[in-house]
Design a protein around this ligand. Structure first.
Ligand code: AHR
Length: 510
């Protein structure tokens, strides 16, 4: 049975609990569903320096680039094995007019990015630049269409421009340098239609969705997967109405969830107390009951699970770094973010019979980013390292586990686990176990047993840091970096791990 402790009690009695061992059983004989690689999806918006400076510097830049894409960032993202990239927003999507982003770059119209700091957008990164980036990264493109301020015709023609093998849009595409159609699977019909995407009611959006979905057609052998703009965290009625009124006209419906409790004061990304740390973990873990409730509603209308739930925005959201544009959402990324990433991925692994994609916000220089750039410098964030350590779980078979670790709770009484874990078996037969110790000061002894596996050969990797507030700065890029992990013993098919405080550990078991 799970025990729940407040953080204060946990610290007080940590001495007495010190000798207790956390027991984990990996049910390697009881295989769960495959973890779709799209659970590891990314999101890139025209916001701050996510696109310009983060992904794209242009071919004339002195920063090393491949046809305008930053080479350092492309290399880092290739290592990550990004499966899918969402673009161009976010809120920006419902202000974006795709025709402004095709043709000679110098002739493209400019616009004001009203959602994000009033920055002037020169449209030099448009459809071709995005679709070619996805080809370079070998990932699926996920386009969020403009439903809020665009028209049905505009979006229908965008789909035709991207995917039609022939016809007027295909001709225009060829004139702009691309003869062959691209493949486009994921098409979002609007973003946050309840807010920046049009301030709609769920009923009104449902009607609109049905209109847009009718005219977004399949060309040639391209098959669209249409995504309804879904709820924000606790808005269960939004999901209910969409399931009722749109139903299987959607292939998937989205959900957005951020770690914010107070939008007026989100707290510093790097200077935070133990209580604030607990709050972030409590809020991030609250995504699990939220997911369960949305799934419960979906199950009522779609018991056969034909419609997927896509958490296409999630992650930490803190105050911007001092001195940066408040509309650019640039935040540093600490070991706390790494732990948040691991806990969320562990949760998503458990619900893959319904959750088929997630997209952390965002890939570069915005919110819980994978990479941060400044001029020609780039750092990999602690969150990046977790995504890299976890990419062994992509398309692997999920193995259910039992873990008897105690829960700790934040000041609002929201529980989070002292130790958390997930496991999967990859195609080569290896079992990958990812462990998280959320404690700021207490190492944990963890024993891991298996149903059937008797002889085990183990290797490990760890991400940890001296302080939970540690981050990778542009002059200190290796402060939080993965290292080989040897803190385990193997005996009689069981692994005993000494799991350091505030760490994420990956074990590969053969
Ligand atoms: O990710 C930043 C913003 O958060 C997105 O543009 C919007 O969809 C959400 O509110």
């Amino acid at each position: 049975m799970k025990k729940t402790l407040t953080i204060a009690t946990a610290i007080l009695i940590s001495a007495t609990l010190a000798a207790q061992t956390v027991k984990i059983t990996v049910h390697d004989s009881n295989e769960g569903p495959v973890i779709p690689k799209e659970i590891y999806g990314q999101f890139s918006e025209h916001l701050g320096s996510c696109i310009y400076g983060g992904l794209w510097v242009g071919p004339e830049s002195s920063i090393p680039n491949i046809n305008g894409y930053r080479k350092d960032v492309v290399d880092a993202l290739k290592t990550l094995k990004v499966p899918v990239m969402r673009w161009p927003g976010g809120c920006f999507a419902d202000d974006y007019h795709w025709r402004d982003g095709i043709g000679p770059q110098s002739e493209r119209p400019r616009m004001v990015n009203s959602n994000w700091g009033g920055t002037v957008e020169d449209n030099s990164f448009g459809t071709h630049e995005f679709m070619n980036l996805c080809e370079l990264l070998e990932c699926e493109p996920y386009i969020s269409g403009n439903v809020g301020s665009g028209s049905v015709e505009e979006l229908a023609k965008w789909v035709e421009y991207i995917t039609a093998p022939d016809g007027p849009m295909a001709k225009l595409r060829a004139e702009n340098g691309r003869k062959e159609p691209w493949k486009l699977k994921y098409l979002g019909l609007g973003n946050e239609a309840w807010g920046c995407g049009g301030s709609m009611t769920p009923e009104y959006y449902s009607h609109i969705y049905r209109r847009y979905a009718t005219y977004c057609r399949n060309f040639g052998d391209n098959r669209l997967y249409k995504i309804g703009s879904g709820a924000s965290d606790y808005d269960f009625n939004w999901t209910k109405v969409l399931m009722e009124m749109v139903g299987n006209r959607m292939d998937g419906v989205s959900l957005h969830y951020y770690t914010v409790d107070n939008w007026n004061s989100k707290g510093s990304a790097t200077e935070f107390t133990a209580e604030e740390y607990a709050q972030t973990l409590g809020k991030t873990m609250d995504i699990e009951p939220v997911i369960r409730k949305h799934i419960e509603i979906m199950d009522q209308y779609d018991p056969e699970k034909k419609i997927d739930l896509l958490v296409d925005e999630w992650g930490t959201w803190f105050d911007v770094e001092p001195g940066t544009n408040p509309g650019h959402l640039f935040q540093q990324n600490t070991m706390r973010d790494a732990i948040v990433a691991a806990l969320n991925l562990n949760i998503f692994h458990k619900y893959t019979d319904r959750i088929k994609m997630t997209n952390i916000a965002q890939v570069a220089n915005v919110l819980q980013a994978m990479v941060l750039t400044e001029g020609d410098k780039m750092v990999l964030t602690p969150t990046y390292h977790v995504f890299r350590m976890y990419n062994v779980h992509q398309d692997a078979v999920h193995l259910p586990i039992e873990c008897d670790a105690a829960d700790v709770s934040d000041a609002k009484g929201r529980p989070y686990p002292a130790v958390d874990a997930t496991a999967s078996r990859s195609a080569d037969g290896a079992i990958h176990i990812s462990l998280v110790n959320t404690s700021l000061d207490k190492d944990e002894e963890v024993t891991i047993g298996f149903d059937t596996m008797k002889k085990v050969k183990v290797s490990g990797e760890i991400l940890t840091s001296d302080k939970i507030q540690d981050y990778n700065g542009f002059d200190t890029p290796d402060t939080v970096c993965p290292a080989a992990f040897k803190g385990f013993k193997v005996k009689d098919g069981r692994i005993t791990v000494n799991l350091p405080a505030k760490s994420v550990v990956s074990l590969t078991v053969m």
